[in-house]
Design a protein around this ligand. Structure first.
Ligand code: NGO
Length: 540
């Protein structure tokens, strides 16, 4: 099967290049006509995007976006119109074109088509067809249209991402892409607890995630160093527990309105927010805020260091479950998404028996408020509730026994999201010289974060248990967007590709070339990144 698909892809590529050669004499596929006096410029070959599309048939004349181009919304849905407005927002500053959006049917321009009939494209897939007269993106759902728009962006020259007018030309190679994701869960996590990141920084990251078709934003909202979400029934959590961060800075928290602003912004980029309240460990900020939550009734001081495993909610006290109930109720009410993450990692100050008791009591609370439990994979050491998801964050070298425990849960119906720390923890240093980040899981260069297979990573876990992948970014050493970006790029797109693309497309040698082409885009967008020597970046 794998071999077969590989051959298909090779054949498709060959077919595409033959067509390119055939068309070169009559159209602008291979080389663009010189507009504005600029040098002729090759179009990005169709499908040379990240994540790799499921199927590509390149060929035929290119489409040129010009000052006459309209964006046609081929139905009257509000969602499609919003995707059109988003696309226009990307294209207008750099092209300088008006790009009016219209509901009028027509065969020319950039056409966004929501089609009830296109069920085969699924909940997130799209088809992109490009020829001389038009580019048409068809999808069954608005999310699919949005992902198709991301592909269209990457087919255009990198300068399209600039915020000021650029010379163009703006050509999209001819042919057809049909694309839908391998996994439904393609996540990125931001730790806003160790250092607080305000709404604008989170929005900036959301925009970067959307480029690569990531569809979940996991927010690590509480930890020993800070509680970052306002809870009306326990106001000191945010007001006091959120008042500092690692290193002793001022911290911060999201008001409910601000959290909703993030949720809505994420939704406008087709990302679902997965909020996490980490418990029973990683709770010093809560314990410091309310003496009652401590077994001895004494609140510890706020904590600004980076140790783990020293705090625990009091499993034997009833007030603990009143607290969890209130927090989960208020957070669930603010969260339209399906999931609520309850942490459960590194509960080193909680006995195993207490841990199991705690999880037995807390998981039904999450269900009571209509959410599906996600927990770090230590949850599989308790009894995961029906439908729960375990997020694996071990290493290649994690003991066979621990992996077997995760596999056994997966065989019993627990879903898995894979975040192996020595592969996709974006806070791991790239190498010994990386100025930021941690190294407890080893150094993680770009190839290492890309070259593994989520579907077969945990021996004995059924492939069908794997819901997807997630790239966590812990912030012990990070406090600015520029630092976040330096650690996320260029590894994040590789994780996105593992989540989206069919395994048959998996190939480091071709991936690194597609990845290299993202560099100029990040330059144009002002995104900071690590210029790994493993990636053949284009010369400046
Ligand atoms: C671990 C730990 C976190 C750290 C992180 C740093 C998990 C799930 N718990 O991952 O508290 O911040 O490593 O890489």
């Amino acid at each position: 099967m794998r071999q077969h698909q590989k051959q298909y892809h090779r054949a498709a590529r060959l077919f595409g290049s033959l067509l390119l050669v055939a068309a070169a004499g009559v159209s602008a596929v291979g080389a663009a006509p010189a507009h504005h006096g600029s040098a002729p410029q090759a179009t990005t070959p169709l499908g040379q995007v990240v994540p790799a599309p499921a199927s590509v048939e390149a060929g035929g004349p290119a489409y040129a976006i010009t000052s006459n181009t309209r964006i046609r919304v081929e139905d009257h849905s509000r969602d499609a119109r919003q995707v059109a407005a988003y696309l226009a927002g990307v294209l207008r500053p750099s092209t300088g074109y008006r790009l009016p959006i219209t509901d009028k049917h027509g065969h020319d321009g950039i056409r966004l088509e929501l089609s009830r009939g296109a069920k085969d494209l699924g909940a997130e897939g799209y088809r992109l067809r490009s020829d001389r007269g038009s580019v048409t993106i068809t999808a069954h759902s608005p999310a699919g249209l949005f992902h198709g728009v991301q592909t269209l962006r990457q087919q255009l020259p990198a300068a399209v991402e600039a915020s000021s007018r650029q010379p163009g030309p703006w050509l999209v190679a001819g042919g057809t892409i049909e694309d839908s994701p391998k996994y439904g869960y393609r996540g990125a996590m931001l730790d806003v607890s160790r250092h607080f990141f305000g709404v604008d920084k989170v929005k900036r990251y959301i925009d970067q995630l959307a480029l690569y078709k990531i569809n979940k934003l996991h927010l690590h909202l509480s930890d020993d160093q800070g509680w970052r979400i306002a809870i009306d029934s326990w106001p000191r959590l945010a007001e006091y527990g959120g008042s500092t961060q690692v290193g002793g800075g001022q911290g911060g928290y999201y008001t409910k309105a601000q959290y909703l602003e993030i949720v809505q912004y994420a939704a406008s980029r087709y990302l679902e927010v997965v909020p996490e309240i980490d418990m029973p460990g990683h709770t010093n900020a809560a314990l410091a805020s309310y003496p009652d939550l401590n077994c001895d009734g004494v609140a510890p001081p706020l904590y600004t260091g980076t140790s783990v495993g020293f705090s625990s909610l009091c499993v034997g006290k009833d007030v603990t479950y009143d607290f969890v109930d209130d927090v989960v109720r208020e957070l669930a009410a603010l969260t339209p998404g399906k999931y609520l993450h309850i942490g459960g990692d590194e509960a080193h100050s909680t006995s195993h028996e207490d841990y199991v008791t705690f999880m037995d009591k807390v998981q039904p609370i999450v269900a009571k408020y209509g959410k599906t439990v996600i927990g770090w994979h230590q949850l599989t050491g308790a009894t995961p509730s029906k439908g729960a998801i375990a997020q694996y964050w071990g290493l290649d070298g994690t003991s066979a026994a621990e992996k077997a425990q995760v596999a056994a849960a997966a065989q019993n119906g627990t879903g898995l999201v894979l975040s192996p720390a020595d592969r996709v923890y974006l806070d791991m240093k790239y190498n010994k010289d990386t100025p930021l980040g941690l190294a407890w899981a080893g150094y993680v260069e770009v190839q290492r974060s890309y070259d593994w297979n989520p579907g077969s990573y945990i021996p004995g876990a059924p492939g069908s248990s794997v819901q997807g992948v997630e790239a966590p970014l812990w912030s012990e050493t990070l406090s600015t967007s520029s630092q976040v970006e330096y650690m996320a790029f260029p590894r994040l797109p590789g994780v996105a590709e593992l989540g989206w693309s069919p395994p048959a497309t998996h190939d480091w040698d071709t991936y690194k070339v597609r990845l290299a082409a993202q560099g100029p885009r990040w330059d144009a967008l002002g995104v900071n990144y690590y210029k790994s020597a493993q990636v053949p970046w284009p010369a400046d």
